[in-house]
Write a protein that binds this ligand. Sequence first.
Ligand SMILES: NC(=O)c1ccc[n+]([C@@H]2O[C@H](COP(=O)([O-])OP(=O)(O)OC[C@H]3O[C@@H](n4cnc5c(N)ncnc54)[C@H](OP(=O)(O)O)[C@@H]3O)[C@@H](O)[C@H]2O)c1
Length: 307
Amino acid sequence: MRKRRVLITGASGLLGLNSALEAAKEHQVFGQTNSHRLNTTAFDAIQADLLVPGAIQRLLEDTQPDWVIHCAALANVDLCESNPQQAQQLNSEVPRELADLVARGGARLVHVSTDAVFDGQTGDYSEQDAPNPLGVYAQSKLAGEQAVAEADPQAIIARVNLFGWSLSGKRSLAEFFFNNLSAGKRCMGFTDVFFCPMLANDLGMVFLKMLEAGLSGLYHTTGSQCLSKYEFGVQVARRFGFDESLVIPTSVQDSGLKAARSPNLRLRTDKLIHALGEPLPNVSTGLDKFYTQYQQGYPQQIRRFIA
Ligand SMILES: NC(=O)c1ccc[n+]([C@@H]2O[C@H](COP(=O)([O-])OP(=O)(O)OC[C@H]3O[C@@H](n4cnc5c(N)ncnc54)[C@H](OP(=O)(O)O)[C@@H]3O)[C@@H](O)[C@H]2O)c1
């Protein structure tokens, strides 16, 4: 594989950080952060608030990327509900400007979107199915997809769902289960919400393969195995040897969550599997790696980046 200059935005986030660490094994990586100042030798960390006028252009000029993986976003669903204007700016207007500048400069872009563009009433969604976003987060992400497709028709738009270790130690659902179960605490697992998550590190590798293969357009880029959030919690418990009866089967109706959640986000990934000519990673192997990372001290290693 030829060594590329890869700019990863949101490199302090769950997806951006794990993707940057994977990409840095093969490529020269520039990782943009906003409020976090990262102290790492794994990649070049650059602080920039993408909402500041001119910041995106400066970032591209400074890094001269061949490939851009855009992970920065306002990705907290409840924060989006209370800050709709910021959600629109970060999840739609920033991607439009980035895609426009990337296209003009001749680099290739992966724009990260979400499975939550669907309302989750039926599941089994292909790229041809009409989205119907339920809340501010999902609406702003769908607007971002449309803006990117207009500004840079060559861009890859990847609808994802993921888990992994994060800087805060509490960004992902796997960490939620890990934190509760390791402390011997009971926690809710939704039996009526289905998703197809992929380990963030695996997802970062898939993005690189998509770029290497010269893909463009919309791709469902989720894990090859779909399950309920309850089943996922049980699998986390089993992998770490925790008491799985602490995961309490619960209906999302009884959860008291603020923003609406789509219940059935089973996405079809045949288009991507066909384009890459290989299967996509699944939850079981992802959780095996998540556990191995834990044994190897990966959560502590990444947290030292902000020490
Ligand atoms: N997490 C999931 O389960 C999930 C599911 C489906 C789709 N996605 C999508 O995957 C992508 C990554 O999500 P994530 O969970 O990794 O997000 P995250 O952990 O919340 O990270 C968000 C990143 O965006 C950066 N950021 C926020 N405001 C910024 C600004 N004004 N300028 C520049 N950077 C800014 C943050 O930087 P600082 O922290 O340094 O401020 C951080 O690096 C998003 O597009 C999200 O919609 C995530």
